[in-house]
Design a protein around this ligand. Structure first.
Ligand SMILES: O=C(O)C1=C[C@@H](OP(=O)(O)O)[C@@H](O)[C@H](O)C1
Ligand SMILES: C=C(OP(=O)(O)O)C(=O)O
Length: 456
């Protein structure tokens, strides 16, 4: 497995990248790396199952490699058999062992929060940390509900990492109404529920990505999901036997959004992205782009590994501003930075509503996105939790230096914007792109048949 440096000791050397303009048209057929959410979960469920789980298409980005390392530290055998092909020999529910050292979750909120759920249900002591970005992010949203299992969490002030957990020997099941739309919080409660006796009930007012529920079923757990209004009531029967099951990871729709929007914005482009996950609780970005007038055709829709998948054909399009309702936010929560780039080049105004959760991502993405656009000549307002972008109706000026704040999605958004600007855009640090989309720059450069993205 790739050697991961401890986050706290990562060399503070920024790796700036610049996207030069104008880019030649993007043309060709590509695949994007595996879905990050599904990849984390596949490794965790593999570690909890009895038997050997084969995973294909796993995202080999730093975030997921942190989860792989944590599963090893907790006693699972995790082997990399080839590109994207991993094998996990699990320990069974309740079988994780006490880690000998601190668990370092790097830049990954998903890894840290889901792991809190796993640890809560095991009678072991563990300490968890992360990089400077993750150590700023709120953990109380999981430690509060998980404490009701009997697990004891101690965190740094403000509920931040590092944290220590003493898991419960006989965890109680939870009945919890998730107060924020968060698949991470929901999943942490369900993972703890695997170790508890009786039924764990989790209620969400707004439906969020359901990969945990789908994978629980895939591994043999009994899960009941009822639709209630815009939300869901999920009930999991505790202490099931999870049986190893092969996982085929689809292409990540959140990653696909970057080459897709680049193709829409660079004149003359036509790109096919094969095998993109189209789970309806993830696909809000494509619906929104189509509402903006994007020429995106879905072909070859199929089910792969229990998830809907399609090939997307994307042609450069003149986009117009739209109103994106708050209710759609959970289905495209990670795509707002790059959607705002499309909005800045569209004609008319785009209002993106209800983006409070963007403030607690790898960076404050509401502030970082607005600053990215302003630095490159776009007109933007933040009104409460809404982001309003007044489109230029053509390429924006560019020429700016974007502060990426250890946030991969800000870095990739800045580079996409550069391709479609008049003067190009520089991202101050592109190193964090490795967390979710290894090979991003070479994929875009391959489509361009040139090197618009390069070190400045
Ligand atoms: O469960 C997951 O895999 C994720 C849930 C979302 O976070 P929240 O649960 O904080 O909304 C999302 O932003 C993140 O990239 C991945
Ligand atoms: C928010 C993200 O991830 P995480 O919460 O896992 O750090 C993301 O990938 O955009």
């Amino acid at each position: 497995m790739q050697e991961l440096a401890p986050s706290a000791h990562q060399a503070p050397i920024a790796r700036p990248l610049r996207a030069a303009a104008p880019s030649s048209p993007l043309r060709g057929t590509v695949t994007v790396p595996g879905d990050k959410s599904i990849s984390h979960r596949a490794l965790m469920f593999g570690a909890l199952a009895v038997g050997t789980t084969d995973i294909t298409g796993l995202l080999e980005g730093e975030d997921v490699l942190r989860t792989a390392a944590a599963m090893r530290a907790l006693g699972a055998t995790v082997d990399n058999l080839g590109q994207g092909h991993w094998r996990v020999a699990g320990r069974g529910i309740g079988g994780l062992v006490e880690p000998a050292d601190v668990l370092d979750m790097g830049n990954s909120g998903t890894a840290a929060r889901l792991l809190c759920g796993l640890l809560a249900g095991h009678p072991i002591f563990a300490v968890m940390t992360g990089d400077a970005s993750l150590r700023k992010r709120p953990m109380k949203r999981v430690t509060d509900p998980l404490s009701a299992t009997g697990a004891r969490f101690t965190t740094r002030a403000g509920g931040r990492l590092p944290l220590a957990v003493e898991g419960a020997a006989d965890p109680l099941s939870l009945d919890y109404v998730v107060p924020v739309p968060s698949a991470q919080v929901k999943s942490a409660c369900l993972l703890a529920g695997l170790c508890a006796r009786g039924v764990t009930r989790v209620v969400e007012a707004e439906a969020t990505r359901d990969h945990t529920e789908n994978m629980l079923r895939h591994f043999g757990a009994v899960v009941d999901v009822q639709v209630e209004g815009h939300g869901r009531v999920i009930e999991l029967l505790g202490q099931p036997e999870l049986f190893a099951a092969p996982v085929v990871v689809p292409g990540d729709p959140s990653s696909a959004a970057f080459p897709a929007i680049a193709a829409l914005l660079v004149p003359g482009s036509e790109v096919t992205i094969q095998g993109v996950g189209m789970n309806p609780l993830r696909a809000g970005i494509f619906l929104t782009l189509q509402e903006m007038g994007a020429d995106i055709t879905e072909t070859n829709r199929r089910i792969e590994g229990g998830e809907p998948v399609a090939d997307l054909v994307i042609r450069a399009s003149a986009l117009r501003g739209v109103d994106v309702p708050a209710l759609r936010a959970p289905s495209m929560i990670d795509e707002y930075p790059v959607l705002s780039v499309a909005a800045a080049i569209a004609s008319g105004t785009t209002r993106m509503r209800g983006l409070k959760e963007l403030r607690v991502k790898e960076s404050d993405r509401l502030a970082a996105t607005a600053a990215m656009l302003v630095a490159n000549g776009a007109r933007v307002e933040v009104d409460g939790d809404d982001l309003i972008v007044h489109g230029a109706g053509g390429p924006i000026e560019g020429g700016g230096l974007v502060e990426t704040h250890m946030d991969h999605r800000i870095a990739m958004s800045a580079l996409v914007m550069g391709l479609a600007s008049k003067r190009g855009v520089t991202a101050d640090d592109a190193a964090f792109i490795e967390t979710s989309f290894p090979g991003f720059a070479s994929l875009i450069n391959g489509l361009a048949g040139a090197e618009p993205i390069a070190a400045p």
